[in-house]
Design a protein around this ligand. Sequence first.
Ligand code: ATR
Length: 281
Amino acid sequence: MEYHLALIGYPIKHSLSPWIHNTFLNKAGLRGSYELYEFDQLRSFEENVKLLKNKKYDGFNVTVPYKQEIIPYLDEIDPIADKMGAVNTVVNKHGRWVGYNTDGVGYVRSLEAAYPTALSVENCQILLLGAGGAARGIYFALRERGFSRVDIANRTQTSAAAILDLQGEWGDCTVLSIQEAEKALKDYDIVIQTTSVGMRPNSKDSIIQVAHVKEKGIFSDIIYQPLKTNFLSQAEAEGAPIHFGHTMLLYQAQYAFEKWTGERVPLDNMEEELKLILEGR
Ligand code: ATR
């Protein structure tokens, strides 16, 4: 079959998804295309969705600002995406739209690709910095994998508590202030930065000062512009292993592609290629 795939959102002209998914199609030896389908801002969301239906895509990604808005138009939603309240991947199953969210699993895959034993540390203690949409996906994916201690630090602590509540039970997880987290880095095997602090053009910023870290504790940032954030530079200076955000972009796409085609395409040198693309921007 030939796969007709797309990205919906606004604005999406600079999206890297067409490059990623057209590369996947090539690598998998599948015929098809992945295109940008920018929603017309002069039409209502509902009208845009009607036009989208007519395109009969086999699958599409959903990005900002529509990850929540698309949900009432789905025929079915995966339980994790439902809990997250956000969908980034839709599969057209014989005319029925089924929604998923591939961010959390994508993140976990990217971490394990870089550090295969990262999550097999006994009694692994994980800290998430931030409590937005991205943190939510990562939190659920980690809890799904059986980790009972995934603490969340956020400027607005009620948002962090809301994520723990959504999971149903808190396990051993706690909510921290950013200041508390900064002082407790020694307790954690993995620290994951999910806030927008440090994103270009504010590349000098960091949500915390990184010092007194746990030996072999991994520091991860989901920001990919710049590739190496101030947060990661500080962690590296402390001698910590670091994990880059652009890899999550590739693995969440890999998982979405798998949902559409059943093929798990190996990334090979795409990480390096994406790095070059991002550095050239
Ligand atoms: P995303 O969906 O990409 O995760 P988001 O939902 O806008 O983005 O979440 C942004 C995260 O960055 C939140 O955790 C936010 O903290 P609040 O919940 O307190 O708003 C955090 N964030 C953004 N700017 C921040 C700042 N200047 N200081 C501290 N945290 C900040």
